[in-house]
Design a protein around this ligand. Sequence first.
Ligand code: CA
Length: 219
Amino acid sequence: MSTILVVEDEQRIASFVAKGLQAEGYTVTVVADGVTGLDYALTGEFDLVVLDLGLPGLDGMTVLARVTADRPELPVLVLTARDSVDDTVAVLEGGAADYMSKPFTFAELLARVRVRLKATTESAGDDDLVVGDVRLDLRRRRAYVADREVELSARELTLAEVLMRHRGQALSRTQLLSRVWGYDFDPGSNVVDVYVGYLRKKLGPDLVSTVRGVGYRVD
Ligand code: CA
């Protein structure tokens, strides 16, 4: 499995990213300043770097420039609080493989990480996710039941994807909220239950089971 370096000084975001990636099976190292981040990135031990721009010690743009110069093959995914066009262009011209504006959801981050790692490691295609007669075409973001296409919103599709990827495993409302809606979402919200209801209506009543006191699971 791939090894990912997370350079982020905001502890809440670093832990959100690290826990999520670890749950997906990645090995994750977190550092909180630019100087250490650059040192680690240049060791050659990492397959991908998630890099915040606003960092103590050495700012993210400088880290990005040095990494790109010394290790151009190492994909860097930049996290930015800014989302102006100028900054985006600067980040991409600076050699970033991709960028994400905060706040972002874990599902968005994971999708980008997978694409970048796949581009460098050429792993086997996993574009389709199938459970029973439900199939998600992840590349084209479409859903099918018994080969008949079903209209899902982007959020519904992401929720179905997260549950189906963790087949057999119960996921709590909090886990689903952070994966699908992002870390800024109100933990008291019942939006997960509402969306599971939508999925049952559209993809069939049996796809998602309720696990009492825990959350939801796809079997
Ligand atoms: Ca920061």
